[in-house]
Design a protein around this ligand. Structure first.
Ligand code: NAD
Length: 499
């Protein structure tokens, strides 16, 4: 049984609260480790040490901070396979998908190498007689990142790159379900040259999170997770005057127009709906074919593809399309929601419940399910299932499909499959969603753009990574300066009063 400790002041530190949480291997259902859960006192001590370490780090010039990011890129590449192995064993996702999780985080570290450029302020010469005006971006101090289980490498790295390169110290509170990779990341940052104390990884649950929220030292909170917790953190962070960006859940729709290439659309739906067992905030969970004929043909193409999906443990390598879900509770919740779909009258075309894998009978595997004729009043439409379940809602027209997207409370991602540029352009322009794909099912923006949802998928006004992240992790100071006339007026030969 592995003990997973905090990472404090540049080394592993055993927790003192006496509380731990089980960390599973979702493929076997076995508990493989115990992670420490921090008390408020432990969190407060780690925050105080981070505040001390931040002073010198914030005063280190941005180019030197960027060099730590450069080195970090090398180290993440060096240890990619080792980290992906641990990631898969705690999360359950396939090995290639775990490498993708690290890769997409690494790209934000690459972007953060640009900190010296991104942190430059503005200047105007001669704003008035003898007056110059300039602005500078300064670190906030100590900031916190609270991250979800589904991307245990990517999302911590999205926070750490911009926050650290901007000169802040960071308290990372990762998900307690797959806590080992964040510790590995912290050890690599130390090897890359990050001074001790500037990054503290404190494991925990609500008690640790509440200690962050109540801290007067923490200046900003970056959160990613489910919507109820995102909203809670956003509201509570405001009470102590913190800035907060809190990203929540999703229900991403993909519209399939009658002119779309239906083979392409079906392939895209299967990958985006069932990849990572549907445990992605950018997964497509609702297919919206436009017109009855499109819907019938699409279902016909989806069924054989879904029936061919290979579900299994990450150790089976490339032979597996997706792995188990993260916990037994998640599995039960997904299966319960599938039953509500049946009870409320949706047509269950493929039933993934009662899926069992020989040799892995205790694993948290859920087979793929496909619903047809789902309507907006059903629970499976309103709720984020976060599992391998795709719902089909048939729309009579493009406008009806667009209205579904617009009226849903979530607004993370969406996609349209069509061959018509005019429809695609209209959709991208009018929909109230943060990230839009045109013939691209999972439109996750690259590191140098920003990532963020609208409506109940995102609280706060700046996005993750890209230039927004550097704005979020710095505050602007604007200086107006005027220098009275000095020695250029000529030498003075007599004593005179200062003016
Ligand atoms: P979660 O909300 O359960 O947990 C997220 C974090 O909050 C964890 O660190 C957890 O320890 C903490 N937490 C949980 N309950 C808490 C409580 N009551 N009080 C204080 N803190 C608490 O989310 P999860 O299950 O880890 O992740 C899945 C969710 O994250 C899904 O809803 C998914 O859509 C969302 N997600 C969103 C994005 C995005 O960018 N919008 C990205 C990834 C995941």
């Amino acid at each position: 049984m592995r003990a997973i400790h905090h990472w404090i002041d540049g080394k592993e530190a055993a927790g003192t609260s006496g509380r731990t949480a089980d960390v599973y291997n979702p493929a076997t259902g076995e508990v493989q480790g115990k992670v420490d859960l921090a008390s408020k006192a432990e969190m407060d001590a780690a925050i105080a040490a981070a505040a001390e370490a931040q002073v010198a780090w914030g005063a280190t010039n941005p180019q030197r901070r960027a060099r730590v990011m450069m080195k970090m890129v090398d180290l993440l590449n060096r240890d990619m396979d080792k980290m992906a192995e641990v990631l898969s064993s705690e999360h359950g996702k396939t090995f290639p998908d775990a490498k993708g999780d690290i890769q997409r985080g690494l790209e934000v570290i690459e972007y953060s190498i640009g900190a010296p450029q991104l942190l430059k302020g503005e200047f105007i010469d001669g704003a008035g007689p003898g007056i110059d005006m300039y602005s500078m971006r300064q670190p906030l101090g100590v900031v916190a990142a609270i991250t979800p289980f589904n991307f245990p490498a990517m999302i911590p790295l999205w926070k750490l790159g911009p926050a650290l390169a901007s000169g802040n110290a960071v308290i990372l509170k990762p998900s307690e379900r797959d806590p080992s990779v964040p510790n590995m990341i912290a050890a690599l940052f130390k090897e890359a040259g990050l001074p001790d104390g500037v990054l503290q990884v404190i494991h925990g649950d609500k008690e640790a999170v509440d200690a962050i929220l109540d801290s007067e030292v923490i200046q900003a909170v970056g959160f990613v997770g489910s919507t109820p917790i995102a909203q809670y953190i956003y509201e509570r962070a405001a009470q102590t005057g913190k800035r907060a960006q809190c990203f929540g859940g999703a229900k991403n729709h993909m519209i399939i127009m009658p002119d779309a290439d239906l083979d392409q659309a079906a392939d895209a739906l299967v990958g985006a709906g069932y990849g990572a067992a549907g445990e992605r905030c950018m997964a497509i969970s609702v297919a919206v074919p436009v017109g009855e004929e499109t819907a019938d043909k699409l279902i016909e193409k989806l069924v054989p593809r879904i029936e061919k999906l290979k579900v299994g443990p990450y150790t089976a390598g490339n032979d597996v399309d997706y792995g188990p879900v993260v916990t037994d509770a998640a599995k039960k919740n997904i299966e319960r929601l599938v039953q509500t779909g049946v009870d409320q009258g949706a047509e269950l075309v493929v039933d993934g419940r009662d899926f069992s894998l020989q040799g892995y009978e205790n694993g948290f595997f859920v087979g793929p399910s496909l619903f047809d004729k789902v309507t907006p009043d059903m629970d499976i439409y309103k709720t984020e299932i976060f599992g391998p379940v795709l719902s089909t809602v048939r729309a009579a027209s493009y406008e009806e499909a667009l209205k579904l997207v617009m009226d849903h409370e979530y607004g993370n991602g969406t996609a349209i499959f069509t061959r018509d540029g005019d429809t695609a352009r209209d959709f991208a322009s009018r929909c109230n969603i943060g990230m839009v794909g045109i013939n691209v099912p999972i439109p996750v923006p690259l590191a140098y753009f920003t990532f963020g949802g609208w409506k109940k998928s995102g609280f706060g006004d700046l996005n993750q990574h890209g230039p927004d992240a550097f704005r979020f992790y710095t505050r602007t100071k604007t200086v107006t300066s005027r220098w009275p006339s000095g020695i250029k007026e000529g030498a003075a030969f007599n004593f005179k009063a200062m003016d």
